[in-house]
Unconditional design. Structure first.
Length: 456
């Protein structure tokens, strides 16, 4: 049953200057509503009427926003204090105007809300902000921002996200049976190098994630919102509320987990509360650590881009690949095979075969194809050596364990040399030797002028 609380009406107009919602709310209704966040704001949902039969009649209804408004066209957050201090009309109504912004504010709101009545100096008092349906990505809603930091060269030393979640929008999260909400991190601003060159800050949208995963979501996080079964685990609602721009936000930090601790849920990210404030920047490390205190763990996450997952040296081994297969961690398997294809062994094919035959185990089709393809490539000699095309005969010679002869090769110092080349079918590696490794006649490979500059 719908329990929406009606609080007023609105007229929508569209002009060359922008879109405007002129609406009114009863002051006595506002007095009974609970303010949200540090600024004690009132959340209202503006929904279109099903049918407008009378000319010049209100086009929209205004309700107290409580999460039941699937048809809302605009959601506004207004200072309760400002509304209670405003002078109502003879009917007890406060008149307001929500005007579209030409550019988004730092908190991603795209409407500004003013009292309709002008002050003595001819200006209107700003009392809040609004979010319309343009802040949606398909079936997802923007609920905050994430600032990404990559450490080392292209993130080789890891990554982290500083996440700001709008306090009001957190009320509308869909949660699972365990009280967790899934959110997606979507890039929207170009990379900006830091002055010292040590890391890169990249801005992202934080969106509610639909059932069917979007291709542009580079990471997914699952944050703990509530304890539906009476547990006492930390939730984001228990976090400190910070003010950023015009919004009250929960601050979180998302970091790479120690790769060896990635469990069978395939989570490679961990989510903590983030109580860091700008004034802590100049604190001594120990003092800053004490000020931050024990950070609560409030969730975990998954990197959806194989090129962005953080791998340790132990991961880039045959044993590391075996662990990733055992955990059915498709993204991690892709990342390992992409970076170190030579680690794929016959034992991994046997491992996959066993998993396929065991109906109690789930194994991703993509994971199976990636490992099979890498292993098949490993069983065959390369088609090129330093950009020099090999004929099928030359590849057949290498396949038989025999050497081919190449002349006019160039080393890293630019010096030309000749070499006998053999291929090891066990590890897929090429070996270059100045001497003939066998007594059989070798097949000669002579680089073209175009290929002579290739370095081996």
């Amino acid at each position: 049953m719908n329990t929406k609380t009606y609080v007023g009406t609105s007229y929508k107009t569209e002009t060359e200057q922008g879109t405007f919602y002129n609406f009114s709310v009863k002051q006595e209704n506002i007095a009974n509503m609970q303010g949200i966040g540090k600024r004690s704001e009132i959340a209202l949902a503006i929904e279109p009427k099903r049918e407008v039969k009378v000319e010049n009649a209100p086009t929209h209804n205004v309700y107290a926003a409580d999460g039941t408004h699937t048809q809302r066209e605009l959601q506004v957050l207004i200072s309760k204090d400002a509304l209670m201090k405003a002078t109502p009309d003879s009917y007890g109504n406060i008149k307001l105007t929500a005007a579209s912004r030409k550019t988004k504010s730092p908190d991603l709101s795209n409407y500004s809300v003013f009292l309709s009545e002008k002050t003595e100096d001819g200006k209107r008092q700003f009392v809040g902000r609004g979010y319309d349906e343009s802040l949606k990505f398909g079936e997802t809603m923007v609920v905050g921002t994430a600032y990404k930091y990559e450490f080392g060269n292209n993130g080789e030393d890891g990554k982290s996200y500083n996440v700001n979640i709008d306090v009001e929008k957190a009320k509308f999260f869909s949660v699972d049976a365990y009280g967790n909400a899934k959110l997606g991190i979507v890039p929207y601003v170009e990379t900006t190098p830091k002055e010292d060159g040590s890391m890169i800050e990249q801005t992202r949208y934080l969106v509610t994630e639909p059932g069917e995963r979007r291709k542009d979501i580079e990471a997914t996080i699952s944050v703990h919102v509530s304890n539906p079964n009476g547990e006492k685990y930390p939730t984001i609602q228990q976090s400190t509320v910070h003010t950023v721009g015009n919004a009250d936000v929960f601050k979180l930090v998302v970091q790479d987990r120690n790769p060896q601790k990635i469990g069978k849920d395939c989570a490679d990210l961990v989510v903590f509360e983030n109580d860091y404030s700008p004034e802590m920047k100049d604190m001594p490390p120990e003092e800053r650590k004490a000020a931050l205190g024990e950070r609560n763990y409030v969730g975990r996450g998954w990197t959806n881009d194989p090129n962005k997952i953080h791998l340790s040296t132990d991961d880039l081994t045959a044993e590391g690949l075996s662990r990733a297969i055992e955990n059915n961690h498709t993204i991690k398997v892709i990342a390992i095979v992409h970076k170190q294809p030579q680690v794929v062994q016959e034992s991994h094919m046997q491992q996959i075969t066993s998993r396929i035959q065991d109906e109690t185990l789930k194994t991703s089709d993509t994971l199976i194809k990636v490992v099979q393809s890498a292993y098949e490539k490993k069983l065959a000699p390369p088609k090129k050596i330093a950009n020099m095309e090999l004929s099928q005969k030359q590849r057949d010679t290498l396949q038989k364990g025999k050497a081919i002869f190449a002349e006019g090769l160039t080393d890293k110092k630019g010096k030309e040399y000749n070499a006998y080349i053999t291929w090891n079918k066990n590890d897929g590696k090429l070996k270059f030797s100045p001497k003939n490794p066998n007594d059989d006649t070798v097949k000669e490979v002579t680089p073209t002028k175009k290929n002579k500059s290739a370095k081996l």
